[in-house]
Design a protein around this ligand. Structure first.
Ligand code: ATP
Ligand SMILES: Nc1ccn([C@@H]2O[C@H](COP(=O)(O)O)[C@@H](O)[C@H]2O)c(=O)n1
Length: 227
């Protein structure tokens, strides 16, 4: 029997959730699960099908019929499969990023994704990151983290990440996209983004990735690491 607890990490767009969750999972030998990738895969399917993103019935049917799975590699990275096709790269394209919050606010889509995510965590030992993990998907998670950072800093980090890959995007545009996504995610009717009442809030604006990871691992294991 697997007795490892589950860990929930939530927070706004670009707060560092996937970077940190992946490293926490690696450090503890847990499974990393990126729930945003699942909403992105449904969105990609909807865009490919030319679905009207205001047609909630259609989006609900689509979410029920599409097969989404996450495959963990030995390096800790996830491969995202949509109906068996590797869409890991494609779900990060701006077209998907700019539509995903509209798809993720549809109750029938959320119900389906939450059902899948609960199944994935049923055996314990997962570090799951998203927007509603601590409050909805894993309300019994042993440790809940709400990771945030100033909007300007989140935009700067995303801009740098893209620039390092040779992709030049206007920093103000990135900040605007982040704000738009946060606005829809925090104002939707079902499971809006908010810290769980029992979450530890970490503002990483002035922290290194390693500093945040150490803080979270210490919360889980009760041990502090000297750096
Ligand atoms: N504490 C930190 N200090 C500096 N850079 C950071 C820190 N945390 C994350 N980053 C960088 O910020 C960028 C965004 O991080 P990441 O993709 O993990 O955020 P996210 O919350 O998962 O984003 P999204 O919600 O859009 O999926 C990455 O380039 C990452 O390396
Ligand atoms: N638990 C979750 C996770 C994500 N979403 C929605 O998906 C979008 C993309 O998430 P990323 O983490 O990949 O940026 C996000 O903006 C939310 O709209 C969600 O609703 N619930």
């Amino acid at each position: 029997m697997n007795c490892k607890p589950n860990i929930a990490i939530d927070g706004p767009a670009g707060a560092g959730k996937s970077t940190v969750a992946k490293l926490v999972a690696k450090s503890l030998g847990y499974l990393y699960i990126d729930t945003g990738a699942m909403y992105r895969a449904v969105t990609l399917k909807a865009l490919r099908d030319g679905a009207d993103l205001n047609d909630h019935q259609k989006l609900g049917r689509l979410a029920s019929n599409v097969l989404i799975s996450l495959k963990a590699g030995s390096d800790g990275n996830l491969t995202v499969l949509m109906d068996g096709e590797d869409v890991t790269e494609e779900i990060r394209l701006p077209a998907v990023s700019n539509s995903v919050s509209l798809v993720a606010k549809v109750p029938a889509v959320r119900r389906k994704m939450i059902e899948l995510q609960k199944e994935m965590a049923a055996g314990g030992g997962v570090v799951m990151e998203g927007r509603d993990i601590g409050q909805v998907v894993l309300p019994d998670a042993r440790v809940k983290i709400y990771l945030t950072a100033a909007t300007g800093e989140r935009a700067r980090r995303r801009w740098k990440e893209l620039a390092d890959k040779g992709i030049n995007v206007d920093r103000r545009q990135i900040e605007e996209d982040i704000c738009n996504r946060d606005f829809i995610d925090t104002s939707r009717e079902m499971d809006p983004l908010a810290p769980a009442p029992d979450a530890v809030i970490i503002d990483s604006t002035s922290c290194t990735v390693e500093g945040v990871v150490d803080l979270i691992v210490a919360r889980i294991t009760g041990e502090r690491k000297e750096r």
